[in-house]
Design a protein around this ligand. Structure first.
Ligand code: GAP
Length: 439
């Protein structure tokens, strides 16, 4: 059988729209630049990703979760360095006013948008934080920012979590939440957007043990991506080497080979005591940890950060899962080969025909399964078309109720990948699925 994997991101963009994974934001108004809405299937996929990350990262004895607010005290962003330093170099085309990141284009070449010559302004710093105002008075004192990363809500809660949960080093704090960046050149679908979701964890350690923590978390995080179903051949580490941010003493990215090439999906960075130190300085609060295991020594813990973009991981899952079997042939089949845990719909229940005795038999089967798994009940169109739709949205199992079911109390369960069909007694459906899925 011939199998074609994803070649062009556009195939995933159109499947996502056609089948209800991801729509453009405010589409009926012509859309809003690089903002996307997750549709009925996309939202299930996203929940699966977030649940999987949350379980992997917080259902362990050394990590707690938080859910900090998006709006924070403006001093937070002064302390973190975002007010003064979170910017990209911006140039404008004097001819057509298009804007570009100066570090991403050739300034000596013609303007990519209108082909004008010699038309770029001098590069200037453009801060990526979205600003808004808080309260009824709009003045400079009321400026707040939409957070550009979730990490700062973890640093500012370091003492709260450490004391309430009676934590000893090393321990971590994890968070999932929205982040906002006014990117100059967003694009490539949900790869780089202006509103996105991060899944971040800060692991607080005794200074001097950060490299040990780095090795441990590099391995845990890489394994998570593999366990999600991503092809290990499309995953690799990128070592920042000596090109480090001023606060870091080591940094690795987990990269995935997207159709646009290898690019960052997650950062695993050793951030020293930079952030806690800056917050201690700017807030005037003592954020020291008292190490009872080391003669009550007081120090600022070092931080090992893991930070993955939820949307970027979803894009990798969609790209990786996509395949076309026998392309261009009569029996062409588009499949999203998600692992069952990631599939938006786990089981589709399909009466062979939209006829009374069959639907009467099928409905209770569907209702019982729906209590446990996200299921779909589909009566529309011929059975072949219904199978194809489920293949294309990645449903691992389809259950068909036919006329024999009325006699033998058995159904046909079809496997998405092999298309093999098993005849299973209704009473055995639960154990059959449990055996297939492992949950
Ligand atoms: N706290 C560290 C931090 O925010 P980052 O490398 O700027 O580090 C971490 O972001 C991850 O967040 C990236 O690896 C990427 O997956 C995701 N991310 C960052 N900017 C994004 C954007 N504009 N759109 C989608 N995802 C983004």
């Amino acid at each position: 059988m011939k199998v074609k994997k994803l070649e062009d991101m556009q195939e995933i963009v159109s499947l996502s729209k056609r089948r209800g994974f991801i729509f453009q934001s405010s589409e009926i108004y012509g859309g809003l630049g690089s903002c996307w809405d997750y549709g009925p299937l996309g939202v299930e996929l996203k929940r699966n990703v977030k649940d999987s990350w949350w379980k992997a990262m917080t259902y362990r004895d050394d990590v707690d979760g938080v859910d900090a607010s998006i709006l924070m005290h403006p001093q937070v962003w002064k302390a973190s360095g975002h007010v003064d330093g979170f910017s990209d170099p911006l140039v404008d085309c004097k001819e057509c006013n298009a804007r570009f990141r100066a570090d991403k284009i050739d300034l000596a070449a013609d303007c990519p948008n209108c082909k004008a010559k010699d038309s770029f302004t001098e590069p200037r710093d453009f801060n990526l934080m979205f600003e808004t105002t808080m309260g009824p008075v709009k003045d400079s004192g009321s400026v707040v920012y939409l957070r550009p990363e979730t990490a700062q809500g973890i640093f500012t809660n370091f003492l709260n979590v450490q004391s309430t949960m009676r934590r000893k080093l090393p321990f971590g704090i994890a968070q999932i939440g929205k982040a906002f960046r006014n990117e100059i050149t967003p694009g490539n679908f949900i790869f780089r957007t202006r509103e996105f979701e991060q899944m971040e964890m800060q692991y607080f350690v005794k200074p001097g043990t950060q490299m040990e923590a780095m090795e441990k978390w590099k391995e845990i995080r890489m394994q998570w991506h593999i366990d999600q179903g991503l092809d290990p051949a499309k995953l690799r580490f990128h070592d920042h080497g000596t090109e480090l941010a001023h606060y870091a003493d080591a940094a690795f990215d987990i990269e995935y080979e997207f159709p646009i090439g290898w690019d960052e999906m997650e950062g695993v960075h050793s951030r020293t005591d930079f952030d806690l130190g800056r917050h201690a300085e700017h807030s005037g609060k003592n954020l020291n940890y008292v190490d009872q295991a080391d003669g009550n020594k007081k120090y600022l813990p070092y931080v090992l950060e893991t930070s993955v973009g939820c949307d970027r991981h979803i894009l990798a899952l969609l790209c990786d899962a996509f395949r076309v079997e026998n392309p261009g042939e009569k029996d062409e089949r588009v499949v999203l080969g998600f692992k069952p845990a990631m599939a938006p719909i786990k089981v589709a229940v399909l009466p062979l025909m939209k006829k009374e005795p069959l639907t009467e038999k099928a409905r209770p089967i569907y209702e019982a399964l729906q209590k446990k798994y996200k299921c779909e009940y589909d009566l529309a169109g011929n059975i072949g078309k219904r199978y194809r739709r489920q293949d294309e949205i990645g449903t691992p199992l389809c259950i068909t109720i036919d006329y024999d079911t009325l006699e033998d109390e058995a159904v046909t369960i079809r496997d998405r990948d092999s298309m093999a069909q098993d005849r299973v007694k209704i009473a055995d459906i639960d154990s059959y699925i449990l055996n297939k899925f492992g949950f």
